[in-house]
Design a protein around this ligand. Sequence first.
Ligand code: AHM
Ligand code: MG
Length: 334
Amino acid sequence: MAGLVTLSRYVLQRERDVEGATGDFTLLLSHLALAMKVVSREVARAGLLDAVLGKTGDTNVQGEQVAKLDVLANDLLIEVLSDLPMVAAIASEEEEHIRHTRAGRLTGKYLICFDPLDGSSNIDVNVTIGTIFSIRRRETVGVEATPEDFLRPGTEQVAAGYCVYGSSTMLVFTTGQGVVGFTLDPQVGEFILSHPEIRIPDSCTAWSANVGNARHWLPGTLAFQETVTSGEGRYKRTSLRYVGTLVADFHRNLLQGGVFFYPGDRKSPRGKLRLLYEAHPLAFVAEQAGGKATDGTRRIMEIAGDGLHTRVPLILGNSHEVELFDRFTAADRP
Ligand code: AHM
Ligand code: MG
């Protein structure tokens, strides 16, 4: 594909190569992209509008304070997806239960999970935030989807990705054939192909973890930290980089090489991050870029959730460091 490749052109082209494709997936992805463009616009002017910045005063199902931008992004995504006949139901970080769509509740073949605004604690201070999404096909078309339809391994995802609202807005996703990245041209209003084939470099440029939790970490995690900060071998030029927005930390490590970990520890044995709309989608992207994702023991993609908001320890990044983490922490396992 020569010249300027927009997201729609790219997906349409890809769909043409798939036998029996109906165009549904193209439509779905372009609507998701539309919602993320609107979120990007709202994020860009967050400091200017009272309606966008700050907390709503509510707490969500995780017991966390809900930011106005969380709600705005959540409502927007639900609204955009609800009229698509190919989408049956939605699971969101901000919704306790699944939401059936208006148009596709019976006939829709896709289930969508998302974290509408990842990195909520960074909204009010103008630091990079993101949206994460995961698309899976359901087996039970013809009836309303149930929560159990969502509690399936990540290997059943047909596509997943994220949008990072940074110094520019970028959409990165996989459909199981590698990872591509599109950068939003705000003047044109289109996502333009900027990263045709993303592979995670096999070097540990950065390690990312909330070291504020180190007092709760188990011995293996501490030993791993010691290795990546040793300044020896592979770690001569390794820096600590932690934004506190999973999407931003992952995005940097994906492009430059590195490892992110939010492990299980003494205080939170299941870690902090959520399986369905944080770990599964980013694990899919990481693997498709040549990296890995585990919970310290198991491949994230093979884990099926036991609840919509199940938390899971997450070790994510280039294969070398993820494997090393798992070896170091093997003795910590019960
Ligand atoms: P959120 O989806 O409510 O924003 O929470 C998830 C975020 C991740 O983006 C980030 O990796 C992590 O929480 C940061 O947690 P901590 O502040 O404990 O370091
Ligand atoms: Mg969030």
